[in-house]
Design a protein around this ligand. Structure first.
Ligand code: ATP
Ligand code: MG
Length: 559
């Protein structure tokens, strides 16, 4: 398939249209995009949208995409985050090749450009403190006021700026500001701060700097240095665009990137801001950034999501310019669709109750053949041991069956998947009246199909595991972390919407023997209960732990 044909398979969007035109008109011969995370936390599914857009455009139009750390705030950035971000981008299947960059690699150039602005009379050192600067800035309806230091001489600003760099002044005592327009209707143009003093070592450049550029002063210039053609960001940067362009207009930058904005991803039943995710981690509401209930890419990965399902989701939601909410069921549906095709089937009893088949010979074991995938014979089959004592799921038994219950009940019959039809003959209870075990009888002529030896048809089919051969494992069932579709709404504390039962740990699950050699690469469909995978972190050779990735169908909307 040629690259043009590939593009035809992908939904068009306004960014594709722009790039198409820029390539056709000869404005650009090839495109360069970038994904520019700040390393102040782990990436989430919203970032995946941005990654898929930026790397996807570069791939589809034969250009390249840079991974750039926008690391201008050392107070919040850490090497741990740099490492995890790289890992997450790779996990999604994208490759930046040799194009890994750090905004901080340009600190010397940015400093020189700041000096250039001072020399041009377009920047000045400010002595007002943060509070005063805010008071002078004005509001959306009132213009700002000039600072008394705005008219300070070029030489004085140059001197003070170099002494800021040398570390002569404490944090917060001075800043460098651009001299643009204190009356501009766009507040971002009211003499924005370019540099602040921060005696904090930096995760990438160490303790070389005592001043750090603001995001706005670093971002566009870094785009220009890297030769980015299309600088794609989320809509909240739209009001920063005039400033982005002011810097490009007023500095001797080597290229002229252009900024384009798209609507960020909002997903129901979750929060995505790194600040809130960090808070959930710090308050130990979740077990870490990779908690399988989080929308972080590390969380989705640990839960068992496939990169393909996350990329399909990003493709399906499209790229637009109006803010919208995506229902989290869309994400769940993507992983379901992927695993339905790829996941081998297996039997696992999550809430075991023992069924003793009294008319089956003690000590006898039969091997039952079970297909690994009902629609895909190429995935082969496996043999499952059947014996006199089996585990069935407590949910598949009702002492007093409700109407329409077609599974096991006293006197009732059910088909054991890939095995016999059994009938429940009695219940053994303890002195409290709780069920200890069930007794039953099997129909030796019913191994194939769903008919009894006397020709009756049995409606229910349940899964089971031979007690003598079962492997015991812990299984974790996840529900949504929040019980409200928009826990972020209205400035209320999002934590009040936490779902108190977002995780259920079942510690005595009985799995078919073949799962004893399950590896963390394989996702399984446990028949009738969902898609599962080994938890790669907590599973050990002594104790297997499985995570439920997703249920077989959307059970949430039925609640
Ligand atoms: P957050 O607000 O969640 O902490 P951020 O915007 O501060 O995220 P950055 O590290 O600055 O995170 O983001 C890197 C890139 O990812 C930016 O281009 C940003 O626009 C984009 N991005 C962040 N969140 C989303 C989202 N929800 N949907 C789409 N793109 C996003
Ligand atoms: Mg940010």
């Amino acid at each position: 398939m040629s690259s043009n044909e590939q593009i035809a398979h992908i939904a068009n969007n306004f960014l594709r249209t722009i790039i198409d035109e820029d390539l056709k008109s000869g404005k650009h011969n090839s495109i360069v995009t970038r994904f520019p995370p700040e390393p102040n936390g782990y990436l989430h599914i919203g970032h995946a949208k941005s990654i898929c857009i930026n790397f996807g455009l570069a791939r589809d139009f034969g250009g390249r995409c840079h991974l750039r750390f926008d690391d201008t705030n050392p107070a919040k950035e850490e090497q741990e985050y740099i490492d995890s971000i790289k890992e997450s981008v790779r996990w999604l299947g994208f490759d930046w090749g040799e194009h890994l960059y750090y905004a901080s690699d340009n600190f010397e150039q940015l400093y020189q450009w700041a000096v250039f602005l001072i020399e041009q009379g377009k920047a000045y050192v400010e002595d007002l403190n943060a509070e005063q600067i805010r008071a002078y800035r004005g509001t959306l309806t009132e213009p700002g006021k000039d600072s008394p230091y705005r008219s300070r001489s070029v030489d004085e600003s140059l001197d003070l700026f170099s002494r800021m760099r040398a570390g002569e002044f404490p944090d917060g005592t001075r800043v460098l500001r651009a001299k643009i327009d204190m009356a501009s209707p766009n507040i971002n143009l009211r003499d924005p701060v370019l540099y602040r003093i921060l005696h904090t070592p930096h995760p990438h450049v160490g303790d070389a700097w005592k001043i750090y550029p603001m995001y706005d002063f670093a971002h566009g210039q870094t785009d220009a240095i890297e030769g980015i053609t299309h600088s794609i960001c989320t809509l909240e940067f739209e009001s920063h665009k005039p400033l982005y362009e002011w810097f490009l207009d007023n500095l001797p930058v080597p290229a002229r990137p252009r900024q384009y904005e798209f609507a960020r991803l909002n997903l129901t039943y979750t929060v995505m801001s790194k600040r809130k995710l960090q808070e959930l981690v710090q308050l130990q509401i979740v077990s870490g950034w990779d908690d399988p209930r989080l929308p972080t890419l590390e969380g989705l990965k640990r839960r068992g999501y496939t990169p393909a399902s996350v990329k399909n989701f990003c493709e399906q939601i499209g790229v637009g310019r109006s803010d919208s909410w995506i229902d989290v069921t869309n994400l769940e549906e993507c992983v379901r669709a992927d695993l339905n095709i790829t996941a081998p089937r297996a039997m696992a009893v999550l809430r075991p109750i023992k069924l003793i088949i009294d008319n089956y010979p003690v000590g006898q074991v039969e091997e039952m053949l079970a297909a690994n995938h009902p629609q895909n014979p190429e995935m082969g089959s496996r043999s499952i041991n059947f014996s006199r004592e089996i585990w069935i799921d407590a949910d598949d038994f009702m002492e007093i069956p409700s109407k329409g219950f077609h599974r096991l009940s006293p006197g009732g019959e059910v088909k054991l998947r890939s095995s016999y039809i059994v009938k429940c003959t009695s219940i053994t209870k303890d002195k409290n009246g709780d069920i200890v075990e069930l007794h039953g009888e099997y129909d030796p002529a019913s191994r194939e199909g769903i008919h009894t030896s006397d020709g009756r048809k049995v409606k229910g089919v349940i899964h089971w595991v031979s007690a003598a051969h079962a492997v015991t494992a812990e299984v974790r069932l996840f529900d949504r972390l929040f019980s409200d579709p928009n826990p972020d709404r209205g400035g209320a504390d999002y934590k009040q919407f936490l779902n108190p039962s977002s995780i259920e740990t079942l510690s005595n699950c009985k799995l078919e023997a073949s799962l004893s050699c399950a590896d963390s690469e394989t996702r399984y469909q446990f028949e009738r209960t969902g898609y599962f995978r080994i938890d790669p972190k907590d599973s050990t050779s002594d104790k297997m732990v499985f995570n439920r990735i997703v249920t077989l169908r959307d059970t949430w909307n039925q609640k």
